[in-house]
Design a protein around this ligand. Structure first.
Ligand SMILES: Cc1ncc(C[n+]2csc(CCOP(=O)(O)OP(=O)(O)O)c2C)c(N)n1
Ligand code: SF4
Ligand SMILES: [Mg+2]
Length: 304
């Protein structure tokens, strides 16, 4: 769908201006398009994160849908309770979502999230991934990529990024997707699709963060695009276990000349300043190999 059509179909804004996010925050961009796709009959459960800060302190709020803030590890458990309550009241047209950061998802909330997926709780879980614990000043999470500086990885993280989307797919839930705040139409379409599916749906969104990733605030959209154009971040869907690459990632796979080098992505951000040239070369080889494997998977079931 084109942006013009989205604004005709969903003119209402649910993320209000004047919120307390940093300038250039990718997370608020993503939430804006998610809520446009879901509409006003949405309940948001938000575990401790930057989201709690930019939505604001009671009695003020920066979003115009019902919202509850819960303890860091408890997002999916709280969402499960709300889903159960709505079902008991016979409310069928309300969408319950969890809006959680990558630390809340890949680390402290993963047990509760896995439990909800195992029960196939009828909700959509969104992980907005700024690749560190940003609300508390940039500590590493399981989702921080190798090489990235954080206050707890001063020489660059040694371990790789935990692949939460694939972990969630292994729960055999009906819908898993990845997206990025720099591709709002991709995010809008995937959220609309997820809205009408029943059961646990999981959407993992890469959301660049200027202060944590160390780039200028006007570059947020560009950095997210470089992540996808370099193959560092893949956009795909896994519907009922079948893997499908999304158009922006398919484009770089089918047209290698349109692929941006990993070096361009790395050098655009201060958080990777400790990464050496030989490490960038190795990372490029890893990405090239990953893209070859992904080409073979496209259109096929992921698991036996
Ligand atoms: C049990 C517990 N430990 C630590 C905290 C402090 N805390 C609040 S938000 C946060 C970081 C959240 O990181 P993430 O989920 O990635 O969201 P982001 O802040 O990056 O948006 C931490 C450590 C807390 N609220 N509760
Ligand atoms: S620290 Fe990053 S994620 Fe948090 S509000 Fe600022 S830009 Fe957004
Ligand atoms: Mg985070």
């Amino acid at each position: 769908m084109s942006a013009k059509k989205v604004f005709q179909e969903a003119p209402e804004e649910y993320v209000l201006p004047g919120n307390s996010a940093c300038q250039g925050c990718g997370s608020t961009l993503a939430l804006r398009w998610v809520l446009k796709a879901l509409g006003k009959k949405t309940v948001i459960v938000n575990p401790a994160s930057c989201g709690c800060v930019y939505v604001g302190l009671y009695p003020r709020t920066a979003i115009s849908v019902p919202y509850i803030q819960v303890a860091f590890a408890a997002g999916p458990a709280a969402a499960s309770g709300i889903v159960g309550g709505l079902e008991a009241r016979g409310e069928k047209d309300v969408t319950v979502i969890c809006w959680a950061g990558d630390g809340g998802t890949a680390d402290i909330g993963v047990s509760s999230l896995s439990g909800s997926a195992e029960r196939n709780t009828n909700y959509i879980y969104f992980c907005y991934d700024n690749e560190a614990y940003m609300n508390t000043g940039t500590q590493r999470s399981g989702s921080t990529p190798a090489g990235a500086w954080t206050t707890t990885t001063p020489m660059g993280k040694k371990e790789g990024k935990k692949d939460m989307a694939l972990i969630m797919a292994a729960h055999r839930i009906p819908y898993v997707a990845t997206s990025c705040s720099s591709y709002p139409l991709d995010l809008y379409d995937k959220t609309k699709k997820a809205k009408i599916i029943k059961g646990t749906r999981y959407i993992h969104i890469l959301t660049p963060c200027p202060p944590g990733w160390r780039f200028d605030t006007e570059l947020t959209v560009k950095i997210g695009r470089l992540a996808v154009q370099s193959g560092m971040w893949l956009l795909y869907e896994i519907e009922n276990g079948v893997f499908h690459l999304s158009a922006p990632s398919r484009k770089i796979l089918e047209n290698p000349e349109k692929r941006v080098s990993v070096r361009d992505y790395i050098k655009a951000q201060g958080r990777f300043r400790v990464v050496r040239e030989d490490e960038i070369k190795r990372l490029q080889e890893t990405i090239d190999e990953k893209l070859e494997k992904v080409a073979e998977l496209d259109g096929k079931p992921l698991f036996f």
